[in-house]
Design a binder for this molecule. Sequence first.
Ligand SMILES: [Zn+2]
Length: 232
Amino acid sequence: MKQTLFVRLMFVAGTVWLANQLWSTKLVGAMPELKHARPAIDLSFLPSNLVIPPALPAGLEDPLLIEAWVRLYNHETPIELWDGTPITGRILAQALVDLAIPLVWDIEGYCGNASCSHQFCAGETCVYEDGQPGVDPIHINPLHAADMETLVATLAHESFHRMMPFGPVHDSKFEEFWACKVSAAFDTRSGFTFDNYDPWMSGYLVLWIRDNGRTPYYSLPDYPPVIAAQLN
Ligand SMILES: [Zn+2]
């Protein structure tokens, strides 16, 4: 889920370009603020079967969010995207490190009983940057603290958005379809269904929204421009 605020922020185009480069190059580029050393916190609470990566997201100290992020990082089963590109939890988790995106609990209810990143749009261009110092966070619904599986799925969903897979554009039904499909791989109880809906047909996207109870997505455009161009 996203919230949209229309402000002029064209000077952040460099950030957008960089994010797109990271996507297209499978996030091999190192970003500033990357924390190379493990934080001086006790990670012994994590299950012993989990691989603990050398770098956690900068500033991440909440035990639940650390565990969710590490669980996301440990997922290596490819999920095939619309163009056949595979994505894994590890790619999503590493993106949060490389893009230096903070993870914070949405204590103020900023996302309205959901999790989100704030999207800033000027015309058809949208970014996740308010122009102030520091990378804007992903706000996590505190209710998800009660369930690790949901928390991991939420991180996957919101990380997918922050990778801007279709560039600096408005959210769309198509993007949400794939964000949900990616996140469903981390939550066996999500109840999401995808198999009977062809996301390349806008009518099916509407039916998918209806059948999966994703009412807020109705108002979104059907497709991001790069996908719409393929349909014309
Ligand atoms: Zn979403």
